[in-house]
Design a protein. Structure first.
Length: 187
């Protein structure tokens, strides 16, 4: 049971007879009110959260109010653990979102997409290389001419793809188009 010392009425420290002093409790009683150990109470007293009157002990109501303010302030302040926890929660939410989009067929892994593209490009290249022999199976001169045209077309496609890749890299790095093209030409 909590023992609270009653406030004395009367004139003291310049106060009139009608003014009341706050109820005071011992450190042990205040620790019970705060539901904490005496050592923790001593810590928050040392931090200046609560104040003790050497003769009377702790004023109950102001101590409780100051402790509540302290707890609210402490809760608002972000600690490295809180920041790490929030960062982890955001990363996990993003991961779950990506997994859901992948299951729905909206997303696919980059490696799978590249494998499909490589396969499709291989099919087209194989068909292109067989084209001269299909068209000109007896005319060797025309066949060589067609093979050269296919090689030229492949070089043009390669140059355009390289230029486009350089532009995308430049955008990712924050460079302008002219710098990307100039860098690609020197490589």
């Amino acid at each position: 049971m909590t023992h609270v010392r009653p406030a004395r009425a009367g004139k003291r420290n310049g106060r009139g007879a009608g003014s009341q002093r706050p109820q005071c409790v011992s450190a042990t009683e205040l620790a019970r009110w705060f539901d904490c150990a005496r050592s923790y109470l001593n810590e928050i007293e040392a931090q200046g959260v609560i104040e003790r009157d050497p003769q009377r002990g702790f004023a109950l109501q102001p101590s409780v109010l100051r402790y509540i303010r302290f707890l609210r302030r402490e809760r608002r302040q972000s600690s490295p653990q809180n920041e790490a926890q929030v960062e982890y929660q955001h990363a996990r939410a993003r991961w779950l979102e990506l997994k859901l989009l992948e299951r729905e067929g909206v997303l696919m892994p980059v490696s799978e997409c590249q494998a499909i593209q490589d396969s499709a490009i291989g099919i087209v290249l194989r068909a292109l290389h067989s084209l001269p022999s299909r068209l000109f199976f007896r005319d060797q001169q025309a066949r060589k001419h067609c093979e050269q045209a296919i090689r030229d077309i492949r070089r043009e496609i390669s140059a355009q793809c390289s230029q486009h890749a350089a532009e995308l890299r430049a955008q990712a790095n924050g460079q302008d188009h002219a710098t990307a093209v100039a860098r690609n030409d020197t490589q």
